[in-house]
Structure formats: structure tokens, C-alpha cells
Design a protein around this ligand. Structure first.
Ligand code: GLA
Length: 324
């Protein structure tokens, strides 16, 4: 029997870059999932991992157990303070906490990769490593600059005068599997033509003859640059520049990568014109879910435009851990 906690995450900038060997700058949030579980042959959680993809949360537990070579059965309790299905990586939090509760031994990277495989097995979505690695490796008070080509993580501390809001669009981010896989395939097709997108230039992306692939590649190439510029701006406490980069990221995700939704665009527009808010963008896979905003710390919650689906002021939290 073991007990463990995994936090959710919000990505400040750098979306749809992880599976293309790019850069992202996420942070764990101070909400997460606690798993109190033991592997148990007669357990209630008897889930076959090759069932059709329409995942209930139990599938993620079963998938982690499969990846850990444990027989499929467990008893225990799972509780969460995360909104489920909002795009704050509730599944990654569950996977990482499950693996730790069930006695996973190994490095942070091994844990994140095991949970990434479990995510794909559980959901059918060929996701990248960002969510699971953030959940595992997060550091209290900092965001993480992750390089998915080198598989390295650097902390970027957020200045005290900044705060982060997560606003739910009210659109549930469901069944994005095929669209997500389609975007990933487009990046792979572009890379087959011009080489790894991480090393590609804007000119090379623009020279792709297929206009759709060209736009997809342009998003990845420019987004990687924005991540680096954002990290520098935050380090220099230049929130105005950081916010502008978030808006550019949103436009790129909307127009070049086409993963936005009118409800997300509307929220970004309203947040951007709110005094004290420096920038906002869709966060995570897109197609619904949440918008993240960077604001001055003294902005009141009541001044942040949001729908009834939910709004959270989040702070960068520590990564997953075993609990005694
Ligand atoms: C989802 C995936 C991540 C990443 C984001 C988009 O959250 O699980 O791996 O690709 O979408 O940045």
C-alpha cells in the first residue's frame, strides 16, 4: 500500500512543440491528485487496457500498472483537487501519483516516460512528454524551461510581482485524439522534408510546398523562439514583453496550428484588454480547455473575466512525491 501526490500543470508558453523535439515553459500548479493504492488481484480496478478508447480515469491507473508489469487489479482511493478534463493534466497527475504509490523506482525521466506511455495506452493520444515531466520534475516557485530534444530541465523563477491565472473556457477538451495525432503527423511530415523542426529556420518552414505543412512547421519554429524569449523576459522581470509573446503564441496556435476554439479566442481578447493583465493564450493541446494569463500580482480575482466554468489563481508548485 502506498500513498502519493501528483500536481497538475499549466503551460505558460510552448505548445505543440514537445513531440517535435522543441521547447516549452510549463509549471506545476498547486492543485493535484492523491492516490492511496495497493496492487491487489481481487481489486476493484480491473480494467483491460486494450478496450476501445473512451477512457474513464481507471484506464490510466490500469495503464500505469501495465507499464510497471503489475497484474491488473488494485484497491484504494483516488482524490483530486484538479478540474478533470480541463487541460490541466489531471491524467498526468493521476499517472505519476499512481506509479509512485505503487512503488516506482527510477529517475525522474524514467518515471515521466513510463507515465507518457501509460497516457498513450490509456487515452489513445500520442502525447509528448511535457505533462508527465512537469508533474514529476516541477520545483516550488519556478516554471521549467524544458528542452525535449536534449531532455533537460532548467528552472525559471517567476518574479514576485507576477501572478498566473487559469481560466476555463467552458468547452470540455474531449476526443481531441484524432486532431492531436493529425498535428503530430503533420510535424513529422514537415520534418521528413526539411529535417528536425528544432533546427529548421523560418525560411525553411516557409519554403515547404504544401501550404498546410508550411504553417504547421512555422508554428513550431516560431514557438520555440518565443519560449526562449519568454524565459529571458521573465528573468529580466519584463512582464510586458512576456505577455506580448503569449499573445503571439496564441495567434500562432490559432492561425498556423489551428488548435484554438472561438471560446478560447474570446477569452484571450477579453483578458488582454484587462488592466494589469500582460498577456494570455490557450494552454495545452487546445480545442477547448483553459486559457492562461500572466498578470500583476495585485490584480484582484474579481477583475479577471471568466465564464462560470472556473478560474484559478495558481502559483508554481513542487512536483510529485510519495506521502507517508
Ligand atoms: C497535451 C499533450 C502534451 C503537449 C500539449 C501541447 O497536453 O499531452 O504532450 O503536446 O498537449 O503542447
Amino acid at each position: 500500500m502506498g500513498r502519493a501526490f501528483g500536481p497538475g500543470r499549466v503551460n505558460l508558453i510552448g505548445d505543440h512543440t514537445d513531440y517535435a523535439g522543441g521547447l516549452a515553459l510549463p509549471m506545476a500548479v498547486d492543485m493535484g491528485t492523491t492516490v492511496d493504492l495497493s496492487a491487489d488481484d481481487s481489486g476493484r480496478l480491473r480494467v483491460e487496457t486494450d478496450a476501445p478508447v473512451e477512457p474513464g480515469w481507471e484506464r490510466y491507473v490500469a495503464a500505469v500498472m501495465f507499464e510497471m508489469d503489475l497484474p491488473p487489479g488494485a484497491s484504494g482511493e483516488v482524490t483530486t483537487t484538479l478540474p478533470v478534463g480541463a487541460g490541466l493534466s489531471s491524467s498526468a497527475a493521476l499517472e505519476v501519483a499512481t506509479a509512485l504509490a505503487l512503488g516506482f523506482e527510477g529517475s525522474d525521466l524514467e518515471l515521466a516516460k513510463l507515465c507518457q506511455r501509460a497516457e498513450e495506452r490509456g487515452s489513445g493520444v500520442p502525447c509528448g512528454l511535457m505533462d508527465q515531466l512537469t508533474c514529476v520534475a516541477a520545483v516550488d516557485g519556478s516554471a521549467l524551461l524544458i528542452d525535449f530534444e536534449k531532455e533537460t530541465v532548467r528552472t525559471v523563477s517567476l518574479p514576485d510581482e507576477a501572478t498566473v491565472f487559469v481560466v476555463h473556457s467552458g468547452i470540455d477538451r474531449q476526443l481531441v485524439g484524432s486532431e492531436y495525432a493529425d498535428r503530430r503527423l503533420a510535424c513529422e511530415a514537415a520534418a521528413a522534408a526539411i529535417g528536425p523542426l528544432r533546427d529548421a529556420t523560418l525560411d525553411e518552414a516557409m519554403a515547404l510546398t504544401d501550404p498546410l505543412l508550411s504553417r504547421r512547421a512555422r508554428h513550431v519554429v516560431t514557438e520555440n523562439l518565443r519560449v526562449l524569449d519568454f524565459a529571458s523576459a521573465v528573468a529580466a522581470r519584463d512582464l510586458a514583453t512576456a505577455g506580448d509573446l503569449m499573445l503571439e503564441s496564441h495567434v500562432s496556435l490559432r492561425d498556423d496550428f489551428e488548435v484554438s476554439h472561438p471560446a478560447l479566442d474570446d477569452l484571450v481578447t477579453r483578458l488582454s484588454s484587462t488592466p494589469g493583465v500582460h498577456g494570455a493564450r490557450l494552454t495545452g493541446a487546445g480545442f477547448g480547455g483553459c486559457v492562461v494569463a500572466l498578470a500583476d500580482a495585485d490584480v484582484a480575482d474579481a477583475d479577471i473575466p471568466h465564464a462560470s466554468a472556473g478560474m484559478w489563481r495558481v502559483r508554481p508548485a513542487a512536483g510529485a512525491r510519495r506521502l507517508v
